[in-house]
Write a protein that binds this ligand. Structure first.
Ligand code: ADP
Ligand code: ZN
Length: 213
């Protein structure tokens, strides 16, 4: 299964990607996580990307396309993968095609802008392993501590209200046109996000024809 998880920032792509990764036994690849790791480790690519990420702008296509090309060449991608956060505009989708990658399905998670603003202000991520949480919708078992690795939960710099509005603008302008692009190829499957993570997961599995867990 080669799939793309598609949705606005804060639509819950990362949460669903983590669940699908276990269910499908293929790696979830998040360009956002790769960029944040490169920034944290002071890699050259991270230094180039940091200003864009902090401002909620798209990192230049050449950088992102290079990251994806390298990642998809690794042996764990042989049986499939779940892309989370890529492609984010039509040139990136065209680059994926040009690399000969055949995507099976694009799962589109629909959420309103108001709901996204509410979610992002409450979002927390593990500083160590990037596991996503929400203070109300998907709280960790112990406050401020990652269930997976015990790391500290933090609020991302780009989850500030002004940056969130900017990220939504970028989404509507640059990323949303991909819905029509993949729909015309007959690959788009749409799910409306539910209030709870588990209801959304169930809707996602049903939409993918995977049934209940
Ligand atoms: P979200 O989906 O919540 O905005 P991500 O972790 O996917 O968060 O992305 C965070 C930031 O990383 C983006 O705002 C952007 O600056 C950068 N980024 C991630 N993926 C891409 C991409 N495919 N193209 C360009 N920039 C990207
Ligand atoms: Zn963790």
């Amino acid at each position: 299964m080669k799939m793309i998880l598609f949705g606005a920032p804060g639509s819950g792509k990362g949460t669903q990607a983590a669940r699908l990764e276990k269910r499908l036994s293929v790696p979830a690849i998040s360009t956002g996580n790769i960029l944040r790791a490169a920034i944290k480790n002071g890699e050259e690519m991270g230094l180039k990307a940091k200003a864009y990420v902090d401002a909620g702008q798209l990192v230049p296509d050449a950088v992102i396309i290079g990251i994806i090309k390298e990642r998809l060449a690794k042996p764990d991608c042989e049986n499939g993968f779940i892309l989370d956060g890529f492609p984010r505009n039509i040139p990136q989708a065209e680059a994926l095609e040009a690399q000969g990658v055949e995507i099976d399905k694009v799962l589109n998670i629909e959420v309103s802008d108001e709901e996204i603003e509410r979610r992002l202000t409450g979002r927390r991520v593990c500083q160590r392993c990037e596991a996503p949480y929400h203070i109300a919708d998907n709280p960790p078992k112990s406050e401020g501590v990652c269930d997976v690795c015990g790391g500290a939960l933090i609020r991302r710099d780009d989850d500030s209200p002004e940056t969130v509005r900017g990220r939504l603008r970028v989404f509507h302008e640059s990323t949303e046109p991909l819905k029509g692009w993949y729909e015309r190829k007959g690959k788009l499957v749409t799910v409306v996000a539910r209030e709870s993570v588990s209801d959304t997961s169930a809707a996602v599995l049903a939409a993918l024809g995977l049934g209940a867990t």
